[in-house]
Design a binder for this molecule. Structure first.
Ligand code: HEM
Length: 505
């Protein structure tokens, strides 16, 4: 006769065995269709690897890409949910562009708390028709003409960056350049999207900077909440979790206040002015614009610019400076180009001069190839679709992962992928670049809306730094360690550079 305890143990063992078999059965989805997957962990599938912050998701992706058929396509599991990983560039072209009408959406969180609902208004998480309308209203504010009008705002912040960095260099052996570029992108967004002078260089604890720091700190709790929100939205709803803290209210208040001042006619030529202009512009879609661009939506988009533009651009600048410091010959070539560009423009660094500087463009593109801040992007299928040439039939709601980092490091497309070679992007070599193998800003109608702005901002800062100082690595032998936090790839221990002012040599 079994005792009570033994019965309990038996029941637990049976339930555990049944759960395990259920999990194995769910993880058989791809194998049953003859599609490769990397080994799974019961219940978790691959989620623990996808959410891994150190060294970051890109290493798992590269294993999938090179060992499990991902350079063509293969299957993954987020817990039990099957997703498709597509590294074949022809298929990527279909998903990003040719068959975009099947892949208009991005995965989105369901938000329930009042505070989080501000996130739901952002362009990056809107889907379907709402996304289309908002994107068409917002696209004109990122046209080259409008970006040019923001050049002088960006230049002022870049001058402060250089002065601050050189002052630091005169007092200490090295400069933590990622920190400085972070302040630069923060101040740029504060001035261009919130219309305020944040001056985080003068005061590291300035309210704006401090709240942004809290906002971008991804501790275990925030990561846990993100996993729950993405994979178990119902649990998120039942427990009424709130994803964001009070720092979001701070940004909302700043944007609200600035918005009311602007409505009185006070203009600066920044994103806020441009969004307000779009709302009142006299075009045929005017009435739709007014509805889509409510005050609340404008406030959300201002916060989005901070979310999307702060760390991505600061990391890009840091990685590019790191490679230039490691490669003094390339750094000097770039400096020579910039000196020539200035000579051609009466000794000034003009918008046109910067935008036409070929090596400057090539250096940034090459570092964005080696270190794309977003290592993966994804699309959500919205209509039944068969991946061309495969037996993968996607249903609405299925997720496709597109591994940016992997194709940008595939030696088939990029010989010696870990070597910094800006010449790959010089005009004479551009015809050797395969399509869909360089996409740090994503691709197609849902790519980064602010690509031109981000590149202009990065070019101005990099050009000014390279002209002002010679950069070298403080710790030549230290290996660059990468981490992924909040989805963005960044240097784990920052980047320490020695800066030698040029005019004092
Ligand atoms: C070097 C800096 C940046 C990089 C590498 C970058 C990269 C990206 C990537 C990979 C995507 C996803 C594209 C796709 O799925 O195809 C994206 C989307 C987006 N980015 Fe950027 N980004 C940068 C800077 C910025 C800045 C400065 C802003 C705003 C001022 C911004 C605003 C956005 C927005 C709003 C989206 C969503 C677009 C949509 O869903 O329609 N980004 N970005």
């Amino acid at each position: 006769m079994l005792g009570g305890v033994s019965v309990c143990v038996l029941v637990v063992a049976l339930v555990a065995a049944a759960a395990y078999l259920y999990s194995r059965w769910r993880h058989n989805y791809w194998a049953a269709r003859g599609i490769n997957t990397p080994p799974t962990l019961p219940f978790l599938g691959h989620i623990h690897k996808m959410m891994n912050m150190e060294p970051g998701r890109f290493l798992f992706d590269y294993e999938v890409y090179s060992k499990y058929g991902g350079s063509n396509y293969c299957g993954l599991y987020e817990f039990h949910k099957p997703t498709v990983f597509v590294g074949n560039t022809e298929l990527m072209k279909h998903i990003f562009v040719k068959d975009f009408d099947h892949f208009t959406d991005r995965r989105t969180f369901e938000f329930y708390s009042e505070r989080d609902k501000l996130i739901s208004e952002m362009l990056s998480v809107k889907n379907g028709k709402e996304w289309k309308v908002l994107r068409s209203i917002m696209s004109p504010i990122f046209s080259s003409g409008k970006i040019k009008s923001m050049f002088s705002l960006v230049t002022q912040v870049a001058d402060t960056l250089v002065t601050y960095s050189l002052e630091q260099a005169s007092k200490q052996p090295h400069v933590e350049i990622k920190d400085n570029f972070g302040r630069f992108t923060m101040d740029t967004i504060a001035t261009c999207a919130f219309g305020i002078n944040c001056n985080s260089f003068a005061n590291k604890n300035a309210e704006f900077a401090k709240n942004a720091d809290d906002f971008f700190t991804y501790g275990p709790l925030k990561t846990f909440k993100m996993i729950i929100a993405l994979s178990f939205p119902k649990i998120f709803k039942i427990f009424n979790f709130s994803f964001n803290g009070p720092e979001l209210d701070f940004f909302k208040n700043v944007a609200d206040q600035t918005l009311s001042i602007r409505k009185t006619g006070n203009k600066r030529g920044d994103f806020l002015d441009l969004l307000l202009e779009e709302r009142t512009s006299d075009n045929k879609e005017n009435s739709t614009n007014k509805q889509a661009l409510s005050d609340r939506s404008i406030v959300s988009q201002s916060i989005l610019f901070l979310v999307a533009g702060y760390d991505t651009t600061a990391s890009t600048l840091s990685f590019c400076s790191y490679e230039l410091a490691k490669n003094p010959r390339e750094q000097q070539r770039l400096r020579n180009e910039l000196i020539d560009v200035m000579k051609e423009n009466n000794g000034e660094l003009t918008y046109q001069g910067i935008m036409e500087a070929k090596l400057l463009n090539a250096c940034l593109n090459e570092s964005l190839r080696m270190y794309p801040p977003l290592s993966t992007t994804e699309r959500v299928c919205v209509k039944p679709y068969q991946l061309p040439g495969t037996n993968i039939h996607l249903k609405p709601g299925d997720i496709v992962q597109l591994p940016i980092w992997c194709v940008q490091h595939d030696p088939k497309y990029w010989p010696e992928p870990d070597t910094f070679r800006p010449d790959r992007f010089m005009p004479e070599n551009k015809n050797q670049i395969h399509s869909y193998t360089h996409m740090p800003f994503g691709m197609g109608p849902r790519n980064c809306i602010a690509m031109r702005f981000a590149l202009m901002e990065a070019k101005v800062a990099l050009a000014k730094m390279v002209l002002a100082a010679e950069m070298s690595l403080a710790n030549k032998d230290e290996e660059l360690k990468l981490v992924t936090g909040g989805g963005v790839m960044r240097p784990k221990n920052g980047i320490k550079l020695i800066l030698r002012p040029i005019n004092q040599q």
